[in-house]
Design a protein around this ligand. Structure first.
Ligand SMILES: Nc1nc2c(c(=O)[nH]1)N[C@H]1C(S)=C(S)[C@@H](COP(=O)(O)OP(=O)(O)OC[C@H]3O[C@@H](n4cnc5c(=O)[nH]c(N)nc54)[C@H](O)[C@@H]3O)O[C@H]1N2
Ligand SMILES: Nc1nc2c(c(=O)[nH]1)N[C@H]1C(S)=C(S)[C@@H](COP(=O)(O)OP(=O)(O)OC[C@H]3O[C@@H](n4cnc5c(=O)[nH]c(N)nc54)[C@H](O)[C@@H]3O)O[C@H]1N2
Ligand code: SF4
Ligand SMILES: [Mo]
Length: 690
């Protein structure tokens, strides 16, 4: 099965799915005469079980897509026009190095890298790129756009992104799926939940949308967005009132129980029911199920943390298993992310020491719209003059996109975009550089939904003139060495394979066995907190967090109302959420025809009463708007939205929108309570027939 059998025209190459998905599947790519013909799940990897989602099953179609960028491109029309002419690598890299050097000579912080999780690989995602920008002294990027509210909430509660091992959900008796459409975005967890259901487990879903997942659970609590902390506090209230508590666990392994108890007693189910828009009985029934089932497990996901109080909500939910002692069993507890167990050597990969004594400012990626429009000076520091974008499509995915697009359209901004396709962001570039896909480069991966490490070998030669991200930054460094000899240091010549070898603690992950099998299990306990052992300063589950108090944040979990609340009498009476579409991955795959056909067109799901009140029929063109802008799309009165809520599944490219916008035209740049993250699902709008 190895790629080394060069005599055979057919080979099967082991790899890893690069996408921002908790499942991190092990891939097998069939290569015939140098062409990838098929991508399948590796049946030998237990977490993958030989099954891939519909998206990545289409990987060859995406890789050989007719619209793939195959040569470096230089802008030939006005900014944002998407008009380019092909140029040689040499011309592009020489010019880019000269431009970046010219800006950095005056103000290195005027250069900003912008990247996220187009690939989750440690090498193509966070290695040579970081070395390059550290040596340059560029602004640092606060990578907050996805998980930092929940991630930091876990840090201040458990001491890190730690939780249940996903495979043990198969043995749970109660599974609460909280803020996740698992069938769409966490398919391999759903396999374990299905196994538990077949064994008689009860499945409960907590989600404002009636998702495919909610339909397959026994119970669905269809709450208002941003109200999860109120629900969690009411559950605690009932656990206390009925004494469904593990007093021994509370005494030995938690910090601040008296204070949390007092706070929870302020939240009788009636109060939470009014805030959440739920029947009281649904809350008391869930409390009973949760308090009286020994193997009770919560699959919390990122849907709950995309509102103002998202960090507090995650903390409130994360406290629950410590009240009941559910952690004592390997099939009890909670999983949001398990990425904290990965023995990654990030400092070795990224070399922050290249900064020397320099301490560049940090720019928050979630407010890139405002940042690009900052005139500079004052507390902000120098105006941003150059952006290098890779592994991300900010013009489509960042909030309040009119401002993001306006920022990227600045004539005095020098923009380089490293991409597979001419995305909304690439359309705004001065140079587009063609990147390899996962089938064409080396990489190494951890996961945030399971606890294995995976290696990705290249299956095919780079398509066209594509180069890996790491190679592009190596070559840029080589060009920069003429201006600054520090760019000639040996660390700027490490190959992609060498970087893979540097990425993990060798005492925990044996690279040679990874080379042989493609994946490795980490040696971990089955039940992480069965006997306490939290990674917090106190070693306990911190209900009260001194580290949060030090940041000026309420140290005790609380319910914080959304930034924007719909007002039935006001101009924006509807709440809007915009969770991911099943057949896209954020804005990736939007241009793959079979997947686009499955999603149809940009839609706005509406409750029948909200649609009828506006004379809107299923399928009608509608105008969704608020003070920030308007988005035209088609109504879908499909029974998934609760009353007062509309849902715009994301993330379409702006240029595919009927008026050149997507849902992020409507979202705002206000941040969460914890983690400086966007609050995409905390948004109000009005809808009219168009
Ligand atoms: N198919 C597919 N899979 C994906 C992605 C994708 O775009 N497509 N994106 C990937 C990425 S980047 C991430 S971060 C993960 C995200 O993983 P998840 O967070 O599990 O994302 P979703 O499955 O969309 O689940 C979010 C759910 O939260 C619900 N929700 C919205 N607001 C609230 C709220 O206030 N409270 C509660 N309880 N629920 C709320 C939404 O209706 C939605 O069903 O998925 C990854 N997987
Ligand atoms: N309204 C709304 N907005 C959201 C969200 C939401 O739920 N609602 N979700 C948010 C979340 S959770 C996230 S994570 C962000 C995601 O935002 P992004 O991380 O920007 O994700 P994508 O939109 O998938 O864009 C990734 C890009 O990277 C490119 N790419 C992939 N592999 C490589 C590579 O190896 N090299 C290079 N150079 N490029 C590569 C792909 O072609 C793709 O265009 O969006 C956020 N935006
Ligand atoms: S996107 Fe997720 S489910 Fe699909 S192949 Fe990749 S890791 Fe697996
Ligand atoms: Mo994400």
């Amino acid at each position: 099965m190895s790629s080394s059998d060069s005599l055979s025209p057919v080979s099967v190459v082991r790899g890893a799915c690069p996408h921002d998905c908790p499942d991190t599947c092990a891939l097998l790519t069939t290569v015939v005469d140098g062409v990838a013909t098929r991508v399948q799940g590796n049946p030998e990897h237990p977490q993958t079980g030989g099954v891939l989602c519909a998206k990545v099953s289409k990987y060859p179609e995406r890789t050989y897509h007719a619209e793939r960028v195959l040569t470096p491109l230089k802008r030939s029309g006005p900014k944002g026009s998407g008009q380019f002419t092909p140029v040689s690598w040499d011309e592009a890299l020489t010019d880019i190095a000269a431009r970046l050097h010219g800006i950095a000579q005056r103000a290195p912080e005027a250069v900003l890298p912008y990247s996220y999780a187009g690939t989750m690989g440690l090498v193509q995602g966070e290695s040579m790129d970081r070395r390059f920008f550290h040596q340059l002294g560029a602004s640092l990027l606060d990578r907050t756009i996805c998980s930092s509210a929940g991630g930091e909430a876990l840090l201040h509660t458990y001491g890190g992104k730690l939780g249940m091992r996903v495979e043990f959900f198969a043995e749970s008796r109660l599974i609460v799926i909280w803020g996740s459409n698992s069938i769409g975005s966490n398919l391999h967890f759903w396999r374990y939940a299905q196994a538990a259901k077949r064994d008689g487990a009860r499945l409960v879903c907590i989600d404002p949308r009636k998702t495919e997942t909610a339909e397959k659970c026994h119970e669905h609590l269809q709450l208002r967005p941003g109200t999860d902390a109120a629900l969690a506090l009411a559950l605690m209230h009932e656990l206390i009132r009925n004494d469904w508590l593990d007093h021994d666990y509370l005494a030995r392994h938690t910090l601040g129980w008296d204070e949390l108890r007092e706070r929870a007693l302020e939240w009788p189910p009636e109060r939470a029911a009014a805030v959440c828009g739920l029947p009281v009985e649904q809350i008391t029934q869930l409390a009973r199920d949760y308090g009286t089932t020994e193997r009770a497990a919560i699959r919390l996901n990122y849907g709950v943390q995309r509102a103002r109080g998202g960090g507090n909500a995650v903390r409130a939910v994360a406290c629950l298993p410590a009240l009941t002692g559910a952690w004592r069993h390997r099939a009890g507890g909670l999983l949001l992310s398990s990425s904290g167990v990965l023995p990654a050597r990030r400092a070795a990969l990224q070399k922050p020491e290249l900064l020397g004594a320099r301490r560049p400012r940090t720019v928050n990626m979630s407010t890139i719209g405002n940042a690009l429009l900052e005139p500079g000076g004052g507390a902000f520091g120098p105006r941003i003059e150059a952006v290098v974008v890779y592994n991300s499509n900010p013009v489509a995915v960042a909030p309040e996109s009119a401002k993001v697009a306006q920022g990227f359209a600045r004539d005095d901004l020098f923009t380089v975009v490293i991409e597979h396709f001419l995305t909304d962001t690439a359309d705004h570039a001065d140079y587009v550089l063609p990147a390899t896909t996962q089938l064409e480069h080396w990489d190494i991966h951890g996961s945030y939904g399971h606890t294995d490490v995976l290696l990705n070998r290249p299956a095919i030669a780079p398509v066209g003139q594509a180069r890996s991200n790491a190679q592009i930054f190596r070559e840029l460094a080589a060009r920069m060495a003429q201006y600054d000899p520090a760019f000639a240091q040996p660390c700027f010549s490490d190959s992609d394979e060498t970087l893979c070898r540097q990425a993990m603690d060798a005492s925990k992950v044996d690279f040679d066995s990874l080379l042989a099998t493609g994946f490795a299990h980490l040696p971990l306990p089955e039940a992480p907190f069965a006997d306490g052992g939290f990674a917090t300063p106190s070693g306990k589950c911190e209900f009260v967090s001194a580290s949060l108090a030090a940041l000026g944040v309420n140290p005790l979990p609380d319910y914080l109302p959304n930034h924007e609340l719909p007002d039935p009498q006001g101009p924006y009476p509807l709440a809007m959420i915009s969770p991911p579409a099943r057949n896209f991955l954020n804005s990736t795959f939007v241009n793959v025809q079979k997947l686009r056909n499955a999603e149809g067109r940009p839609l706005l799901e509406m409750h029948p009463d909200d649609a009828a009140a506006r004379g809107i029929a299923d399928g009608a063109l509608v105008r969704v708007f608020n003070a920030r802008g308007e988005h035209l799309c088609h109504a879908s009165v499909n029974g998934r939205a609760r009353e007062g809520l509309v849902i715009g599944l994301g993330i379409w490219w702006r240029k595919d929108g009927a008026n050149g916008t997507n849902v992020n035209e409507l979202t705002h740049q206000h941040l969460t309570d914890i983690g400086r993250a966007p609050s995409f699902y905390d948004c109000v709008v009005q809808v009219q027939a168009a």
